[in-house]
Design a protein around this ligand. Structure first.
Ligand SMILES: Nc1ncnc2c1ncn2[C@@H]1O[C@H](COP(=O)(O)OP(=O)(O)O)[C@@H](O)[C@H]1O
Ligand SMILES: [Mg+2]
Length: 181
């Protein structure tokens, strides 16, 4: 039997799970954060951020929260481990959005995971963004998306976004912006 001439569409399980971006300036990071904020699925996602100190994790989160409509100063949670926020309802989403911004950089006591109620926070509806997830050990649930940031020689930021769940893939599929050259 002859081989089919056209490649059949790949099933959802084989769709690309990775997307790469290049952000020469913070304005490019901000533009991406604004795209992310437009996605309905991001409102119930867990997003982890990976990269060295200064890679731009907090900067991305601040732009994302601002784009979602979080008012006022957006404090970094480095000392508090988690900083709660709320974004107002929008035309598309009638309820306010709860957001938790975690930074596990100084997290060194796994008992704190239970004591501080982090398990409940991760299980509740809303957006969770997590800096230094590797320091939380294996207590952290599988994220929907992980964003891996690195700084290039010319100071631009390279970003690789990976989807780990169907919700994450839904986000990636909706992000249609140019790839790195
Ligand atoms: N393209 C870019 N994206 C994000 N931050 C950038 C970019 N270019 C320069 N920066 C700067 O790099 C720094 C990143 O710091 P920060 O977001 O606190 O890093 P991290 O949270 O990863 O330690 C900020 O001072 C920011 O202004
Ligand atoms: Mg940070």
């Amino acid at each position: 039997m002859p081989a089919p001439s056209a490649t059949p569409p790949s099933p959802p399980s084989q769709q690309p799970h990775t997307l790469t971006r290049c952000w020469p300036s913070e304005a490019d990071t901000q533009a991406f954060a604004q795209q992310l904020a437009q996605l309905p699925a991001i409102r119930r996602a867990t997003l982890t951020l990976h990269g060295d100190l200064g890679a731009g994790k907090t900067t991305l989160v601040r732009h994302l929260l601002r784009a979602l409509g979080v008012p006022g100063r957006i404090k970094s949670p480095t000392y508090a481990v988690v900083e709660p926020h709320q974004a107002p309802a929008t035309d598309g989403a009638q309820a306010p959005l709860d957001i938790w911004h975690f930074d596990f950089y100084r997290f060194d006591d796994p008992r704190e995971w239970e004591d501080a109620g982090f398990r409940d926070l991760f299980a509740s509806p809303g957006l969770k963004v997590v800096e230094w997830p590797e320091k939380a050990g294996n207590t952290l649930p599988t994220p929907d998306l992980s964003l891996h940031l690195s700084t290039a020689a010319d100071d631009s930021r390279l970003a690789r976004l990976e989807a780990h769940t169907a919700l994450g893939r839904e986000c990636l599929a909706a992000l249609a912006a140019p790839e790195c050259p």
